[in-house]
Design a protein around this ligand. Sequence first.
Ligand code: ARG
Length: 575
Amino acid sequence: MQYFKQHISALLQASLREMSVPEIPDKEDIEKMLEYPPSPENGDLAFPCFKFSKILRKSPAVIASEIAGVFPHSEFIEKTVTVGGYLNFYLSHDAFLGFTLKDVLSKNSDYGRSSEGNGKTVVLDYSSPNVAKPFHIGHLGTTVIGHSIKKMHEFSGYKCVGVNHLGDWGTQFGKLIVAYRKYGDEQTVIQNGIDELVRLYVLFHAEAEKDPALNELAREEFTKLEKGDEENKKLWKWFIEISLTEYKKTYAQLGIEFDSYCGESFYYDKIPAVISRMREKNILKIDGGASIVDLSDYDMPPCLILKSDGSTLYPARDIAAAIYRKQTYDFSKCIYVTDAGQSLYFRQWFKVISLMGYDFENQLVHIPYGKVSIGGEKLATRTGNVILLKDLFKTAVDKVLTIMNEKNPDLPNKEEAAEAVGVGAIVFHYLSGGRIKNIDFTVEDALSFDGNTGPYAQYTYARTCSILAKAGDAVIKAENADKYVATAEEEFELIKQLSLFPEKVKSALDAYEPSFITRYIFDTATVFNRFYHNCPVLSADSEEVTATRLMLTKATGIVLKSAFSLICMKAPEKI
Ligand code: ARG
C-alpha cells in the first residue's frame, strides 16, 4: 500500500496547492496523515481534513469536498467520496491488483525488504544461556524474540551481528568443578551431556547445605581457573562444549545461527582497561570493600563492578563487552533482549558507559519481555517447575507426527515436516501476544492446533504450494500473462492484505514487536482461505481469471514464507 499512499499524497499536495492552501505539509507528512477506514465500505484510504479547518476557516467537510473537486484523475483511483471531514479514496480494483501483484511477483523473496538500514550495523545480544544450566522455557523469549528482531533488521537492510553472550564465567564453574571431581565421571558426562552437568550442579547445592566448606572449595577452584590453572581450564572448556552442543541442537530446530559465541569469559582480559578508565574518570568508589559506581544522582542503585576480593562482576563484563562491540563493529545500535526483570540492571550500566566518557549510551537498547510462569507458578529449576526446551519441542514434534501418521502417512520427509510444524506451533504461540505481557505457559495451549496457530499458518502456506503444483504448466502461462483482473471481492481483499506487508514489517521493526508479524500472518492466512473457498482457481471462468488467481496464490505463498522467516518459523511445502 505504500506506493499508493505516496501516489495519493502527491496528488493531495497538488490539490491543496490548487486550492492555494497556505502552509501545505510535505508529501511525507501528508502520507502519515492517511488512514485506513475502519470498514471497506468507506473506501481503501481516507484523508482527514480537520487540520486545515483553522487556517482555511471552513468546516472539515467543506474542505474535503473542495479537495475532491480539484483532485486530479488517476488510473489507480476509482472514485473519491467525502464523509464528514474525511475524503475517502476507493482504489481501482484492476489497476491496484495488477500493479501490486506484479510488484510482489517480481520482487519475490525481496518483497517487503527495505534499505532503511543500509550502511548501518546492529549488534543483537540474545538467548545467552548460562552454561551447565538447563535451557528451558524461560529462555524461549530471548531466543525467539531476539532472533525475530534480528531478522526484521536484516530484512530492513541493516547488517546484523547476532551474539550469544554465553554465561560462561563465574563462581558456578568452581562449584561444577568441585562437584564433577567429587561425584561425577567422564563417561556419564559424555553420555548424558548437559543433564549430567545440571545434576552435578544441583547435587553440589544440596551437599553444600550440609557442608558449607564446599562453597569455600568452589571459590578456590574458581580462583584457580581465573589464574589460568590448566586442569581447571580444561574442565571448564569441556563443560562449555557439552552445553553448546546441546544448545546448538535447539537452535537448529529453530533455524537460528549466531555470528558470535563470545561469552562472558571472552571479556575477562579486557576488564583491567575498563577499571583504569573508570579510575581515570574518578567514578569508581570503594563500598564495603567492593568497587562500585554510585548512581544516586540518577535515582538508581549503584552498579557493582568488582567484589572485595577483586574478582569481576557481571556488570563489568557487560560494560567491557559493549565497549569491545562498539570498537569491533561500530554499531549504530546494540540491542539486548532479556526479561523485563533486568530493565533496571541495563539502565544502570548503560549510564556507567556515559559516565566513563563514551558517547554511545543512547545506542544501547534494552528490549524487555514479560515473565513466563507455568500453571500460574514461577519457574524454578530446583523444585522442578520448569519445562526444558528440548522436551517441549519433542512433545510437539511427536504430537504432529502422530497426526501426520493418521492423516498423511505417505508424506515425504515426514520427520522434517513434523519438526517444522511442531516447533513452529510453539514459536507462533509464544510470539502471538505483545512481548511485554507476562505469559502463563501451558503445553496444552501451545500445542492446540486450532484457530490462530502456527500449524494453521503453515497449512495455508502448504496449500498455496499444492495449488501451484496441481496447476502445472498453467503457472508459467499465468506468470507471463500481461494482464490480471479483479473479478471478486475476495481477490481484492487478498491483494490489499498482501500490499500491507512492507509497512507491517516497518511497524514491527520500529516497535521491536514480532507479534505484529504473527498477527499479520494469521490475518493473511484467514483472508487467503476465504479467497480459496469462494474463488475457484483452476476451474475459474476464464483463462485470465485463472491466471490472476494462480498468481494471487503464488504471491500469498511468497509473503507468508517471508513473514515466517521473520519469526523463526519454517515453511514446509507439504505437511
Ligand atoms: N546469561 C544471562 C542469563 O541467563 C543473560 C545474558 C543477557 N545478556 C547480557 N549481555 N547481559 O540471565
